[in-house]
Design a binder for this molecule. Structure first.
Ligand SMILES: Nc1nc2c([nH]c(=O)n2[C@H]2C[C@H](O)[C@@H](COP(=O)(O)OP(=O)(O)OP(=O)(O)O)O2)c(=O)[nH]1
Length: 133
């Protein structure tokens, strides 16, 4: 039976209506695909708490995690992912790619031009549909 992993991912927007996108490096699982940065939820952790920790560890900046935008269960060849994409706000610092090969701020309307990890596509569509408040 395939293992299911619970992953939280941050949809961080800047003041120019651009979204932070991260390119998985060639030596990561699901290599060379774009994702919303984040990682696995540890046992006993709240979703928002897990996301804030992962971003601090991976991007060396502080975010505040808000509401869930999309939840998607996707079956990869070797595991099943329960991906929870969460709206988040940059509180301090500048995101730095410590594990990813690249970070970019992408205008919301252009998100679909990137090659996303397959599990992310429903979240990407939802993010593109959201209009600026
Ligand atoms: N972070 C993140 N992972 C994603 C996304 N879409 C997607 O399929 N994944 C997959 C890739 C990985 O197999 C898994 C998350 O693993 P990870 O390597 O980012 O998480 P982690 O930092 O907690 O992992 P680890 O190094 O502790 O093993 O989920 C996404 O948008 N964000």
């Amino acid at each position: 039976m395939k293992k299911t992993v619970k992953v939280v991912a941050a949809v961080i927007e800047n003041e120019k209506d651009e979204i932070l996108c991260a390119l998985r490096s060639h030596d990561m699982l699901i290599p060379n695909m774009w994702e919303f940065p984040g990682g696995k939820v540890e046992s006993g952790e709240q979703l928002q708490e897990a996301l804030e920790r992962e971003i601090e560890e991976e991007l060396l900046c502080t975010i505040k995690a808000h509401d869930i935008i999309n939840e998607n269960v996707h079956e990869y060849d070797t595991f099943i992912i329960h991906l929870i994409s969460i709206k988040a706000e940059l509180i301090s610092g500048t995101p730095v790619a410590t594990e990813h090969s690249k970070l970019i701020w992408m205008p919301r309307r252009n998100l679909e031009s990137l090659v996303w990890a397959p599990a992310d596509l429903p979240a990407v569509r939802d993010v593109m549909k959201q209009v600026q408040a």
